[in-house]
Design a protein around this ligand. Structure first.
Ligand code: PFF
Length: 471
């Protein structure tokens, strides 16, 4: 029970470890397992992956510390925390708009995130059904053609009613955890399930690595071919880094506000970034050998995780049980992230309108449900509707992809630029220095990164990513 700031009467993490696990829970999720491998595949492999790692270290980590710092100092929802720091620094309180943008982004992300959460529920159901039919004796889907297994996901995508229903279920589960509050709901899930998830992922990765195509995977993921590093690939990598580290959507500001004064947030930020990147790379090293061994295409798109893993489970002893366990864990990793996402607008709304937590979360979830339904239907009924198709960045994209692109490639980098400018140039130096927990030399390095490197690099990447013809 170390890290409480409970004297303020505000709900807090019950310990430093609980905060670290919850922050890792927020960071590690579908972004690592579902989004990272498919983005790496769609953007050519090595150049994307290495630039991604570069972004995590030089941009993601400093911004992660900045967001946590704002929340911990402000001890309130994201816009209010920024407002407090601005006031103490004698700056315009309108800076809170940076966090307002984040709240809006978190709302958009949670709406489509729960749609993918629904796919995970579907696969849990598929493997349960398979276990009942084939038992424990051999691999999953015995006697079934691999093409038939790969067809499961397109089958789900074609069923609008089921997609919407599963989205509702996943959103409802998220809502229940958020309604129960920080120490009662979110923490409990993160404390038990994140470590279990990690162990299972390592085990499946080892199985996949020994199954073959390992060398090909390492070459694919870690060979740097400079000519492949286009503006679009850079923007995709930076967007993925933010999505994965939960940045630019006020998520870490919100979680930081539940952290007590005695926690060294520089150290916790490092642990969170390391854990998150390790899981993303593990997911890559786990999935790509299966993709290559099965002759699948690495740029298969958003279905990559769902279509690849069943191949491995087909050849594994007790495959359907491992399949259930794996997707169950993915579901929990997704849940600890969707909870963090839903918490951001809920914390803001309940303070701004003085609503009870339960009411606020209900209002936010209703809004997310409307958008989520449009996203779920963009795979079937509304597949011909391209809401922002006139803009090249969104060309050919339905609602689901538009929300993903708009948040990860625009709102998150913009939120991060504003955050680093705010802390680097606007907030009072003494206030900032007293919070980080860094040594003086590291403090200077961090300040240099958020003053110069983060805003300028992000601005440049945004420009070349949105207008590739400039290069
Ligand atoms: N980082 C999460 C993932 O990789 O799945 C997604 C996410 C969670 C983004 C929470 C933003 C956030 F505030």
């Amino acid at each position: 029970m170390a890290a409480t700031g409970a004297s303020s009467g505000k709900d807090h993490w019950s310990s430093r470890t609980a905060f670290i696990l919850a922050a890792i829970g927020s960071a590690v999720g579908l972004g690592n397992l579902w989004r990272f491998p498919s983005e790496a595949g769609a953007n050519g492999g090595g150049a994307f992956v290495l630039f991604y790692i570069f972004c995590v270290v030089l941009i993601g980590l400093p911004v992660l510390l900045s967001e946590t710092l704002i929340g911990r100092h402000g001890q309130a929802d994201a816009p209010e925390s920024v407002r407090r720091i601005a006031r103490e620094s004698g700056a315009a309180t309108q800076w809170s708009i940076l966090a307002g943008l984040g709240v809006f982004a978190a709302f958009l992300v949670v709406s489509f995130y729960c749609v993918v959460g629904g796919w995970v529920l579907y696969y849990i159901g598929v493997f349960c059904n398979d276990l009942v039919q084939t038992g424990l004796s051999g691999g999953a889907f015995q006697g079934r053609d691999p093409a038939e297994i790969e067809a499961l996901l397109p089958g789900l995508f074609g069923n609008g009613g089921l997609m919407v229903g599963l989205n509702v279920v996943f959103l409802l589960i998220t809502l229940i955890f958020v309604a129960r509050g920080i120490s009662g709901g979110i923490e409990v899930a993160a404390t038990w399930l994140m470590p279990a998830f990690f162990v299972l992922l390592v085990a499946i990765t080892l199985y996949s690595v020994f199954g073959g195509a390992f060398q090909q995977t390492m070459n694919y993921l870690f060979t740097f071919e400079p000519e492949k590093l286009t503006g679009e690939v850079m923007l995709a990598a930076v967007g993925q880094a933010f999505f994965s580290l939960s940045l630019g959507v006020a998520g870490m500001i919100t979680y930081g506000s539940y952290v007590g004064r005695d926690v060294n947030i520089a150290a916790t930020s490092g642990i969170v970034a390391l854990a998150d990147t390790t899981v993303a790379l593990l997911a890559g090293i786990c999935f790509f050998p299966i993709i290559f061994a099965a002759g699948l295409s690495p740029d298969a798109g958003p279905g990559l995780m769902f279509q690849t893993l069943p191949h491995a489970f087909q050849s594994m002893p007790a495959g359907s049980l491992v399949g259930i366990l794996f997707f169950f864990m993915v579901g929990f990793a997704a849940l600890t992230s969707s909870v963090a996402l839903l918490e951001v607008p809920t914390a803001w709304l309940s303070r701004a309108l003085k609503l009870r937590r339960g009411v606020a979360v209900g209002v936010v979830a209703t809004g997310a449900l409307v958008l989520g339904t449009l996203s779920a239907l963009s795979f079937n009924l509304l597949s011909a509707w391209h809401p922002l198709g006139f803009f090249p960045l969104f060309e050919g994209q339905g609602m689901f992809d538009v929300l993903d692109t708009f948040t990860s490639k625009l709102l998150m980098p913009m939120g991060a630029i504003l955050t680093s400018v705010f802390l680097g140039w606007v907030a009072e130096r003494r206030l900032v220095n007293s919070e980080t927990g860094l040594s003086p030399a590291m403090q200077r390095l961090w300040l240099f990164l958020i003053r110069w490197v983060c805003p300028l690099a992000l601005l440049a990447i945004l420009i070349v990513g949105i207008f590739p013809s400039i290069l």
